[in-house]
Write a protein of this length. Structure first.
Length: 152
């Protein structure tokens, strides 16, 4: 027989899983100039300009279901949440995101608050592993560390 607490925890985990599945094709674009009263179409156009001009991707085949700003206008540009039609497009964009190095634009995956917090908590261990010369990265909510391979 399940206890009440176990049942609630299990339901919370299932809910978090479903939320992350619904965000599976989403990316968050941070640092793109924000206009007050920006429409979804204007946000989509700005994202496509970044994809085309900065990442050198052909945007003709990349279908964006929706692109909208998140949060309240303030001092810094609000992030744009982009829901892509295809997961493959998301993967291609993330592969090219390294071309944004040196710009003020960042592209990240969209996760639930629970996963975002887990990833944030893993950051110090990630930095420490990289300082030790290890290959380290975060995949979903897990830290992956391996020794740097040397080619002789």
């Amino acid at each position: 027989m399940m206890t009440y607490n176990t049942e609630v925890t299990e339901m919370a985990n299932k809910l978090d899983y479903i939320e992350n599945q619904s965000r599976r094709n989403n990316l968050i674009f941070d640092g793109i100039k924000d206009d007050r009263k920006e429409t979804w179409e204007q946000s989509e156009t700005k994202v496509k300009e970044v994809l085309r001009n900065k990442l050198r991707l052909n945007t003709d085949n990349i279908e964006i279901e929706r692109a909208h700003r998140n949060g309240k206008p303030g001092d810094r540009p609000r992030p744009i949440v982009v829901k892509l039609l295809r997961y493959k497009d998301k993967q291609n964009i993330l592969r090219q995101a390294k071309m944004l190095k040196g710009t003020q634009i960042f592209i990240n995956e969209d996760f639930s608050d629970k996963i975002r917090q887990k990833r944030k908590d893993l950051q110090p261990a990630l930095r420490a592993a990289r300082e030790r010369g290890q290959v380290a990265y975060i995949r979903f909510d897990k830290l992956v560390i391996s020794d740097r391979r040397t080619d002789n």
